[in-house]
Design a protein around this ligand. Sequence first.
Ligand SMILES: *Cc1c(COP(=O)(O)O)cnc(C)c1O
Length: 340
Amino acid sequence: MIDLRSDTVTKPTAAMLEAMAKADVGDDVYGEDPTVNRLQEKCAELFGKEGALFVVSGSMGNLVSLLSHCGRGDEIIVGKCNHIFQWEQGGAASLGGIHTQTIDNSKDGSLPLEEIEGAIRFDDQHCPVSRLVCIENTQDGRVLPVEYMNSAGALCRKNNLLMHVDGARIFNAAIALKVPVKTLVASADSLQMCFSKGLSAPVGSIVTGSKEFIKKAHRARKLVGGGMRQAGVLAAACIVALDTMVERLHEDHANAQLLADGLKNISDIDVEPVHSNMVFFKLKTGDVSKLSKTLKENGLLANTIDRHRMRMVTHYGIEKSDIETAIGIVNKSMKQAAKV
Ligand SMILES: *Cc1c(COP(=O)(O)O)cnc(C)c1O
């Protein structure tokens, strides 16, 4: 089975398992796990921030960031397509009393600066207080460049707002742009990044920001039940992920491009441009449910986004030869689906 549903299906590498087995650990709720501390210091340095905090998941990383920046009745500005709005159960509202104002993402995944500016509230007793702008990078595989990140940051500062970056796949963006990740997130007041996606670690995300922010995030993590004990076992895999799995991401991007090029030659398939490790396509006619089933029968797993759209994600463990096989399977499945 070739599994292209997501880069979250990646399993820990042999080096990760070895590091996990040998990890030096302590009680992290007391701040005494040396491996967690090492990971946090490494991340603070890597992202160019004063501090970092290890959390269970990307959703928890975003939630503790929002809880740290905003109080009840404060408002965040976020894209309609963004994970924080779409896929986190509205945790900011249900747990933090934080109000959300959404704006449409541009075609390139960014939030148009004039739309952000237009969404900022006046100082008026009828309105919530605008506090934070959330930018996602990569956004559905789309890479937001350094200039955009800096302009968004400057707009936030000018308007006395904070900027949070949901960088679940920020390393995919940095590798695609060939810039240090530190440069890409220089304008962010806080950032969340996932080790458990393209970097292949089994569990974990990191939150980074100022010392003061991390202190608040630490409290928020405990509030949402995210205090961990000998978490060095997990952090050890994340350190290996940073050391060995970042530079290779360009292979996933090349494979995604190869896949898109192959799919383009199949009639009735409309492939969207590829920017990192995600390939989205539509069927020009009919819906994808039948195709998805046939693909699975033929040994290929992909995600269905809606009636007409599917997603395939390349990742560690998927080789060039798998891409060639996958293209063959799509070709064959399209012909089979056309017959029945
Ligand atoms: C996956 C993802 C998250 C959430 O991460 P989990 O570890 O699944 O909770 C947040 N934001 C983006 C952009 C993601 O892709």
